[in-house]
Design a binder for this molecule. Sequence first.
Ligand code: GLU
Length: 485
Amino acid sequence: MMGKPRVRFAPSPTGYLHVGNARTALFNWLFARHYEGSFILRIEDTDRERTSKKYEESIIQELKWLGLDWDEGPGKDGPFGPYHQFDRLDIYKTYLEKLIERHQVYPCYCSDEELEAERAQLIALRQTPRYMGKCRNLTHHERMQRENDGRKPAYRFRVKKGIIEFNDLIKGRMSFDSEAIGDFIIVRSNGIPAYNFAVVVDDSHMKISHVIRGEDHLSNTALQMLLYYSLGFEPPRFAHHPLILGWDRSKLSKRHGSVTVKEFREKGILAEAFLNYLSLLGSSLGGGKEVSPFKEIISGFTLERVGKSGAIFDEAKLNWLNGVYIRNYDPGRLMVLLEPYIRKAGYDYESLDNEWFKEVISSITGNLMKLSDIDRFINIYFDSRYEIRPEALKLLNENGSLDIIVRLREAMEASENNDGTMYPEVIKKIKQETGLKGRKLLMPIRAAITGVLVGPELDKVFSLLRKESILMRCDKAIELITKET
Ligand code: GLU
């Protein structure tokens, strides 16, 4: 590679950060870090009606959460700013004037209604909707007439007939027939530049060497190539990566479930697990491994390894991977991350006995997939939240369960210690008395003591509950079983 690359992520703040866009940001960031180049964040906020500060702040928050830090951009000034497009209107204006002078663009006075009618007509004729050039050859006099009528023109680029070609670093040789494009708007009648124009001016001004973005932008790239040549700019290298798909192989959208980074963060997906998942999704980066240290992902990153076909987003797999990360986290660090979820679930965090609670957490880390699962598993340690769930009651109603729980109660009552060491003794005793072992013996105990069928190891549960609490739970189970029979 010649020189250090400069890449950018250029979100339009019209919504929360979508996982697909987060993946684009990640690929750019990995590319920059792998080749020791620069990663630039540019906010594409020219669509004033759909853009909002709230979304911009949220996108920035998620990028920070993911650790995708930028070298230039909002909050980090650099030599090519400003980094908000809305603050760059003067720059676009200069280039528009150049293109007007060279007759490469012309004013278009068509109203939205006229354009819509033209579009509908072309669709009816089964032709690609495009601008047919009504204002292309207006005389000076005709233009003046429209101006005098108070019409404000948009500016359209004059597309010449021909083939537009470029080499894509992921997709290979791309070729578009300009016939299907039609003269396109580069500046709207309100003076605001259209995306394709602003992006070319900015990518060139900001000395972007590689544009890495989703393949849904391929057709835009054809238009942008025309602008690069007209403006006399050298185009960057392009790399269009395949999109993330839903289970039905259509573009991932809300109807498939959660799609914003915010939703996953709030559910308690860890940033590291999320980055791991997104980096490996559809790529050969992991070399067959599912869990890959981020350093290895950076050092192994190349565009060739990004993969050529769409990858299906599998939330269950992300959750599984997240569980792996949770299990490997140090309990102290995990506690800090869990705190907001524990509070949200209504626990009085301050009054929890720290040492005891750390043990509680370490007993359930094997059960957690997301941080938000915490309540489902810690609730078994709190008498105030103890309840026997229907699936547990069903098991308790099976033959033999009542007998086990009655024996458990007796053995507990007789046991002198209350420090967890009673568990093996108690189990041994019931085993001897009933001749039962394994699941037959332990599942009814689990159902009665935790109220559910899945959870932490029983010896841990016993060691973390007080004797009175276990007795109370036995009573409750016995009462419910007897009531049902
Ligand atoms: N603002 C555009 C988007 O969010 C950027 C596309 C590009 O990377 O050029 O889709």
